[in-house]
Design a protein around this ligand. Structure first.
Ligand code: UD1
Length: 428
């Protein structure tokens, strides 16, 4: 086991290249199960644990997966069968529930154990189930040797329908898109999530011959095509806006100047706007943004929301920035019930943060001091890295498996911009 050790207080300077979007690549990997006519070649996959896991999951169902290089996989899904995947893999990540939508679309039935992933309070899947039921599936909970499973069965395949989501859900929108791509007839999703990875999935499916329109707006229309019409293609996953946003905040928190390369600036608008409000200078280029800090950082208020709002996956990182900015900031979590579990770790570093339900009040401007902390989930782990970079003295971060789930080469990327950061064996 390893931990990350940071000697903080050094401004980051230089360039960081952003990889493919984890949360975009995951549904596309599961969508490749729908492709029976030819192979899918997926490019710009981030080299992170969740991608390895999802490729292992589809392999366990019979897909032939060839890793062409670190960021490219060739997937032949012809021999995939409906089967319960190994629970040990499924329970390691949330996105394994995309198997439900993909298998339902291809076979008219699916069975998957309840998914794992970061714990932000209860993470129900009722909207996914409602979506599948509206498409004609009977969904039940079953129990097997590997624990509680969700089973969805149709009589004769999925049938298109109108689905209205009371609240926006990224995962449920994706799962319905997967199930509906080869359904009989038209599916209309109202109050759909609008995240860039929804658009990326639609683009992948359409490149394979599906008919998905309106992705990126609240209304997505999917005209089901014949299963044999979905053909293989080569597809490049879009850049990761959360990885980019994380390094933007890291540059700002250390008072550095960093060019973040290979991004789609439009996807970063909410993050850039809030950073600018706090005194950070952002220069947008075609496919890069430059972040620098010309003057003192000041407090602001943020409420996380579904896209195009500030992503909840940027909430812990902004919390750290608010700790180093002068004044009192309010940070409201608008998506999850319980996403402030990491705050105690920042308090150990000297941060002054009050949490009341979904609202954190941060009295910023006092120095952070290095401490031993834990990555309590993926983005909280990234926030601990930022806090360590901004803090005076030495920070040791344990439980870094979470960070490796979503950040490719985080230590190497930060070393290249001047951070004093290393990976150390815990035994040492
Ligand atoms: C995805 C992302 C995650 C991100 C989140 C919000 C992946 C693998 N994960 O998670 O990083 O933080 O979007 O941008 O892409 N909810 C229900 N019932 C449901 C589904 C969701 O009540 O059936 C609730 C959730 O508990 C949460 C809210 O709806 O409070 C939004 O969740 P959702 O958008 O579904 O997040 P995920 O797809 O799980």
């Amino acid at each position: 086991m390893e931990k990350i050790v940071i000697n903080g207080g050094k401004p980051l300077n230089g360039e960081i290249e952003i990889g493919g979007m984890k949360n975009g690549a995951l549904p596309i990997i599961f969508a490749s199960i729908l492709v029976t006519n030819g192979v899918s070649v997926l490019e710009n996959l981030p080299a992170v644990k969740d991608i390895d896991l999802s490729l292992e999951i589809i392999e366990s169902l019979g897909a032939k997966v060839e890793r062409i290089d670190r960021h490219t996989a060739r997937i032949d899904a012809t021999s995939v069968k409906v089967a319960e995947p190994p629970a040990s893999l499924v329970r390691k990540m949330r996105a394994s529930y995309y198997l439900l939508g993909a298998e339902l679309g291809r076979f008219g039935e699916a069975v998957v154990q309840y998914p794992g992933g970061c714990d932000f309070g209860g993470r129900p899947i009722d909207r996914h189930i409602k979506g599948f039921e509206t498409l004609g599936a009977t969904v039940t909970e079953t129990f097997s040797e590997s624990g509680k499973c969700v089973r969805a069965v149709t009589e004769d395949g999925v049938v298109g329908a109108n689905i209205f989501f009371d609240d926006v859900s990224v995962g449920a929108t994706i799962n319905v898109m997967l199930a509906a791509a080869t359904a009989k007839g038209l599916t209309i999703i109202e109050n759909a999530a609008r995240e860039p990875h929804i658009v990326d999935l639609a683009n992948f499916l359409n490149t394979c011959g599906a008919k998905v329109m309106g992705a990126g707006t609240p209304t997505i229309k999917i005209t089901g095509v014949d299963k044999n019409e979905l053909h293989g293609c080569t597809y490049t996953v879009v850049p990761d806006m959360i990885e980019a946003g994380t390094y933007m905040v890291a540059a700002a928190a250390t008072g550095g100047k960093v060019l973040i390369k290979n991004v789609i600036p439009k996807h970063l608008e909410a993050t850039s706007t809030k950073l600018a409000e706090m005194g950070v200078k952002i220069v947008e280029n075609d496919d890069s943004v430059e972040v620098s800090v010309p003057s003192e950082l000041t407090a602001t208020n943020i409420k996380t929301l579904p896209y195009p709002g500030i992503p909840t996956d940027m909430q812990p990182q902004f919390c750290v920035l608010m700790c180093v900015a002068q004044g009192v900031s309010k940070l409201i979590e608008g998506v999850f019930d319980n996403r402030f579990q990491y705050v105690d770790q920042l308090r150990n570093m000297g941060a002054s943060i009050e949490v009341n339900g979904r609202v954190a009040t941060i009295s910023g401007g006092s120095p952070l001091y290095g401490a031993s902390v834990n990555a309590s989930d993926l983005r909280a782990g990234a926030a601990m890295v930022i806090a360590g970079l901004a803090a005076q003295g030495k920070t040791e971060i344990e439980n870094i498996n979470y960070i490796n789930r979503g950040y490719e080469d985080i230590v190497e990327k930060l070393l290249a911009v001047g951070a004093d950061i290393s990976l150390v064996n815990i035994e040492d």
